[in-house]
Design a protein. Structure first.
Length: 313
């Protein structure tokens, strides 16, 4: 085989919804303040009985069902997450066990925070191209509520929980374009999950300046590597960090004919889950034609980034 493609998607969010009005009763904030600064109206919050692997499991099951596959058809499981509290078994192994995989899949977690899913998708594509796997389950799942300081109004208004998953399989005609990935190590502390217990923190203004000024040419380069002009894109799915970042970045890319994912409005920042979850919803609603080019671009923690153009399943 000469490439790989995404054949199905799935997503999952906890039932509990936290509104801006709910937050206003917890910290010094208002619905207007939140919407004007980050564009978020609601976010979903997982309960104590919903760990990261549980979120991932539900999204994975939906993606497998959409592909018409069984868990035993998968030989590689990749889970992108930065909120796994336990080190072993890793989330990928736990998801494989929950799904009842009877084979012997390779199981790996990938921690690149908000760009984790696009890193994981590239890793699956590379493994399939190299002949090390034939079908992969690629999941982005994070439980950001568990690492949020709910007394800090600058960060608690941002975060939400959820998971998104993709089934990737070998094909003759590549449906996943070349990845562009990298980082800015000297600015890695701008987004942090540190301490015991771990807590999410960030330097918001530094992140905003970096994303709005440095990322547009990188996103255009992703399109160039794929041989797709920005105006040919059917959709742009960026990391759902902040509406004030997403909208200017999409405009600067030049994707004038594309649907722009704005799932951040109802889901908040779900870190590695944000891109697959937003993409899954767009596909579920029929907003992207099958086979159309879609730009995925993740960015955030470590000030890392990764992006590729894929064919919509």
């Amino acid at each position: 085989m000469t490439g790989s493609r995404v054949v199905a998607l799935g997503h999952y969010q906890p039932a509990k919804v936290l509104t801006n009005e709910d937050l206003a009763a917890m910290v010094d904030t208002t619905d207007e303040w939140i919407r004007s600064r980050v564009g978020i109206r609601t976010r979903h919050i997982a309960g104590p009985d919903e760990p990261v692997d549980e979120l991932a499991y539900h999204a994975a099951g939906k993606a497998l069902a959409g592909a018409g596959l069984t868990p035993d058809d998968i030989d590689l499981v990749l889970v992108a997450t930065s909120t796994a509290i336990d080190r072993s078994p890793n989330m990928a192994a736990r998801v494989a066990a929950k799904l009842g995989m009877g084979g012997s899949p390779a199981v790996m977690d990938i921690n690149v925070v908000c760009s984790g899913f696009t890193h994981a998708l590239a890793t699956a594509d590379h493994a399939i191209r190299a002949g090390s796997a034939t079908r992969a389950l690629v999941i982005g799942a994070d439980k950001m509520a568990e690492i949020t300081d709910w007394s800090d109004r600058t960060t608690c208004v941002l975060t939400g929980d959820g998971a998104g998953a993709a089934v990737v399989e070998a094909c003759e005609e590549p449906g996943i374009g070349p990845v562009l990935w990298g980082s800015v190590p000297e600015m890695g502390n701008a987004v942090r999950i540190e301490g015991s217990p771990p807590v999410f923190a960030q330097e918001g203004q530094s992140v905003y300046r970096w994303t709005t000024s440095q990322l547009p040419p990188l996103a255009r380069k992703v399109c160039e590597k794929a041989g797709v002009a920005p105006e040919e894109l059917a959709a742009v799915v960026l990391h759902q960090a902040n509406l004030r970042i997403i909208e200017p970045l999409a405009a600067k890319i030049g994707a004038v004919n594309a649907v722009v994912a704005r799932d951040v409005i109802e889901s908040g920042n779900t870190s590695a889950a944000s891109i697959p979850m937003a993409l899954s919803k767009l596909v579920q609603r029929g907003e992207i034609p099958s086979g159309a080019p879609v730009l995925l671009f993740g960015f955030g923690g470590n000030l890392s980034y990764a992006g590729q153009v894929i064919s919509c399943p």
